[in-house]
Unconditional design. Structure first.
Length: 121
């Protein structure tokens, strides 16, 4: 990570503001990104090949961070801190980690909101 103009920058050109991130937390965030720099046609992963619909939450959960849910037809992908997986895997992780506490309630509300949006398409 390098620091320049109030932002932490990784080697891929992604940056995080120092108002919200320390060098350590920016490095952790950098490790959660999908590295698409060597992709040629994305046929093996479909992470972004079909320009997925996406919903990004406000700052929620125990880490007060944003969660992004991507979807293509029936397939979903969730990126939340160090978690990456399907919507069902995320739902199970939320239940296991947070149960019925305030963070679990917020994450379940996010899941319900996205499922409602997905149902309208």
């Amino acid at each position: 990570m390098r620091y320049e103009n109030g932002r932490w920058w990784d080697d891929s050109g992604n940056s995080w503001t120092d108002a919200l991130f320390t060098e350590e937390s920016a490095a952790v965030a950098a490790n959660t990104l999908v590295d698409c720099s060597s992709c040629s046609d994305c046929s093996y992963c479909s992470y972004c090949s079909e320009n997925p619909q996406r919903y990004t939450s406000g700052k929620i959960g125990s880490r007060k961070g944003q969660t992004t849910i991507y979807w293509w037809d029936e397939e979903t992908w969730v990126v939340c801190g160090c978690f990456k997986g399907t919507l069902d895997e995320f739902r199970n992780a939320v239940e296991k980690t947070h149960g019925d506490n305030e963070h679990g309630i917020a994450y379940r509300a996010l899941i319900a909101r996205v499922e409602a949006i997905m149902a309208m398409k």
